[in-house]
Design a protein around this ligand. Sequence first.
Ligand code: IPE
Ligand code: IPE
Ligand code: MG
Length: 246
Amino acid sequence: MELKDQIDRKKLPAHVAVIMDGNGRWAKKKGKHRIFGHKNGVTSVREITEAAAELGIQYLTLYAFSTENWNRPQTEIDALMSLLVSSLSAETKTLMKNNVRLLPIGDLKSLPSNVHKKFSSCINKTAGNTGTSLVLAIGYSSRWEIADAARRIALEVSKGEINVEDINSKLLSKYINTLEIPDPDILIRTSGEYRVSNFLLWQIAYSELYFTDTLWPDFRKDDFFEAILNFQNRERRFGKTSEQVG
Ligand code: IPE
Ligand code: IPE
Ligand code: MG
């Protein structure tokens, strides 16, 4: 039986988050420049978005560019930004075909204006789609997001719109970038690195973590389905005992 058919459609994760890592190493292994890896990573993004849409997963969040990635060589940053613009142009039709809505998280103001513009136009074009929401994390870091939420809450407190006693985790969640998006059920990281790299620190409190050695440009639908199957065989206890949840 194919991997996809083994997936229990009644136990799908509502939200899958992915740290797409390993583009540079993939290219290096082939004797090519790192950018070649990023270009090939776009195919994986298309495949995994389609796979999520085929399954009917509500939210797919992809970590595409972190705040710390601004510290990379300028030539790589420039290449990544232009790849973002060209991919958003080329892939809008794939999003429309698959009824996928694009959403952003991250400090959009930190992006070059042409990237910001292209991103906004793709968000507007796909706003009416009712299938999977593809959340792209660009110019994102979790510590930035949490500090930004704290600053906005402090502002409301200073205006008398929030009482200090009312600050709790529910309220903080409302000020975090991901707003109405449920916390990820599973976080996938490719390329054999076992770290979170400043991604969704608040939201992954109870996410199932899944690591694979596969480099991102090699990641295909079956790799995604395998991660979902692995997730479905786990017991999530949220602090309770096995007997309570079983
Ligand atoms: C992930 O691949 C893409 C981005 C972070 C933009 P990397 O570029 O980090 O590739 P490696 O980890 O160096 O192989
Ligand atoms: C994490 O990958 C960021 C993205 C995938 C966008 P990195 O390659 O930047 O992470 P580190 O530096 O190895 O932790
Ligand atoms: Mg990396």
